[in-house]
Ligand binder design. Structure first.
Ligand SMILES: NC(=O)c1ccc[n+]([C@@H]2O[C@H](COP(=O)([O-])OP(=O)(O)OC[C@H]3O[C@@H](n4cnc5c(N)ncnc54)[C@H](OP(=O)(O)O)[C@@H]3O)[C@@H](O)[C@H]2O)c1
Length: 309
């Protein structure tokens, strides 16, 4: 049996190339995507790129809905015995999120960006833990250097409408890193939990920006394929094997030496692993516990998931 990987948000951007590169390395890859037509198109392109031998399939996953996450996980639990890799990659930024107060929250009553980028992925991790534990699996979350800009008092806003609108993008990325610590403390002997900051990448995440800005960004930022190459290196490296402590890797050379290079550098990391220290808040055990308790309470209330505190 080939090793199994799940990649969320794999129909475009970084996730698309991660799925293709893992398939080329012999993984059976499940693309967790929210749009059938876009996922089918991506599968067709990936099969052309990787060859007919490649094992790739699509399974519906809408991370703005806890119900959808539960259905996705239930299907996987009923059809697979183990999961080697879970790449929590799908994400939305502020430009793609509705700002009208009555549209800011999902049907589950959580901020759309926060739920899509972080909370639904956390739910997915919990539900798939039995499969991950079966093979000392690995979880890689695509975080961002923007976690550094997050103000921790915004955690009280995750289920609140805001006027004026305040984006929780940075907060969702900070929460991903904090949860790496919290999850490692509880399950780290059997599963490893790491984060990857791709740096600036000219992907579809900028789709709602003006055309001139997107053109400019595509000249100076990394290609999604290049960011994926580094992410795949984090999926396969020895340093990332359980029970290793959570790491925060980067898409640019130099990020370990100066925080500026976490945002941008002329040198892409490629297959080189470039670890750095995330923000002071991201390293706080106290904050990790607080966010764990808050997340557990939300998932208990809205998704019926019972977590140990
Ligand atoms: N690009 C950058 O400069 C940059 C920098 C730092 C971190 N990141 C992070 O990198 C990750 C990948 O982003 P990208 O740059 O590759 O952007 P992208 O090209 O826009 O890809 C984002 C993916 O997430 C999916 N997605 C969005 N909402 C979803 C939902 N509710 N359910 C399921 N899938 C959903 C999108 O699906 P649809 O096509 O259906 O919308 C798409 O497949 C994100 O977590 C992002 O925050 C990106």
């Amino acid at each position: 049996m080939p090793p199994l990987a799940v990649v969320t948000g794999a129909n475009v951007g970084i996730g698309f190339h991660v799925a293709g590169q893992l398939a080329a390395k012999g993984y059976h890859v499940i693309l967790g995507c929210r749009n059938h037509a876009r996922a089918d198109e991506a599968l067709a392109r990936l099969c052309t790129l990787c060859g007919t031998e490649a094992r790739l399939e699509f399974s519906f996953l809408d991370l703005s809905s806890f119900d959808s996450v539960q259905q996705f996980a239930a299907e996987l639990l009923s059809s697979c015995k183990s999961l080697d890799l879970l790449v929590c990659n799908a994400g939305l930024n502020a430009a793609s999120a509705p700002q009208e107060p009555n549209e800011q929250l999902t049907l589950d009553g959580v901020d759309l960006i926060y739920q899509t980028n972080f909370l639904s992925h956390l739910l997915l991790i919990f539900l798939l833990l039995p499969l991950l534990k079966a093979v000392r699996g690995r979880v890689i979350s695509t975080s961002s250097v923007m976690h550094r800009a997050a103000s921790t008092d915004k955690f009280q806003l995750v289920d609140q409408e805001r006027t004026p609108y305040v984006s929780l993008y940075g907060l969702s990325k900070l929460a991903q890193i904090l949860m790496g610590t919290a999850l490692h403390r509880r399950y780290g002997e059997e599963v490893s939990f790491h984060c990857f900051n791709p740096g600036g990448v000219a992907s579809d995440i900028w789709r709602d920006y003006p055309v001139w800005k997107r053109r400019l960004l595509s000249l100076v930022l990394l290609s999604p394929a290049s960011a994926a190459e580094t992410l795949v290196a984090t999926c396969l490296c020895e340093e990332g094997r359980a029970p290793s402590r959570p790491r925060y890797w980067n898409g640019y050379i130099g990020a370990g030496r100066h925080v500026f290079f976490e945002y941008w550098s002329p040198l892409r990391a490629g297959k080189t692993l470039v670890p750095s220290q995330p923000s002071y808040d991201a390293c706080s055990d106290e904050l990790a516990d607080k966010v764990w308790r808050q997340s557990a309470a939300i998932l208990r209330e809205k998704a019926g998931l019972m977590l140990n505190e």
